[in-house]
Design a protein around this ligand. Structure first.
Ligand code: FES
Length: 170
């Protein structure tokens, strides 16, 4: 019966793909999604549905490029305990300083966080229990959330585009 199960799962995948394609127009059959962000100016961001969650691409301007860890206390400033690809385990938590890509779910109980570009040190806030995060998604020491915001699997594919992928790159 195992082959029947395998067939059913494969068949479901084929059936689901057209619907997923409507929800995520850039979705490729082999399960990745290219995201262009060249239109974003500093302080702007865009949301992308990905794997049942939302990924946010935040274009950081000059005022977010200074590491605020001297101004605000962080729980995991080096991101040693937080989820991100290896290349993003740095203070910017990104492959480049002016772009931050992250899942929108708060690491406390999963609420959707909000970005307030008017804020410099703590531009990302969770509306549920007021956890604050810096522009690299690093959680403040006094927050209810214990981990930094999760960074998805991705890699750059051009100057202003990344490819979201299912597996975690190294
Ligand atoms: S869910 Fe974000 S602080 Fe509780």
């Amino acid at each position: 019966m195992r082959w029947v199960q395998g067939f059913s799962i494969t068949g479901l995948g084929f059936l689901a793909y057209p619907f997923m394609k409507v929800l995520m127009p850039g979705l490729r059959e082999d399960g990745y999604l290219d995201v262009e962000f060249g239109e974003l100016r500093p302080g702007e961001f865009k949301s992308v549905p990905w794997l049942g969650r939302t990924v946010i691409v935040f274009k950081r301007g000059r005022r977010w490029l200074t590491d605020p860890s001297g101004l605000v206390e962080l729980k995991d400033p080096e991101s040693l305990n937080s989820e991100q690809p290896t290349f993003a385990q740095n203070t910017a938590r990104s492959y480049r300083d002016d772009v931050f890509i992250f899942y929108s779910n708060c690491t406390h109980l999963g609420c959707e966080v909000a970005i307030d570009p008017a804020q410099t040190e703590v531009p990302i806030q969770c509306p549920c229990h007021q956890s604050g995060f810096d522009a690299s998604g690093r959680v403040l020491r006094n927050a209810a959330a214990s981990l930094n915001l999760e960074v998805p699997n991705y890699r750059p594919v051009s100057a202003n585009a990344v490819r979201l992928e299912r597996s975690r790159p190294t």
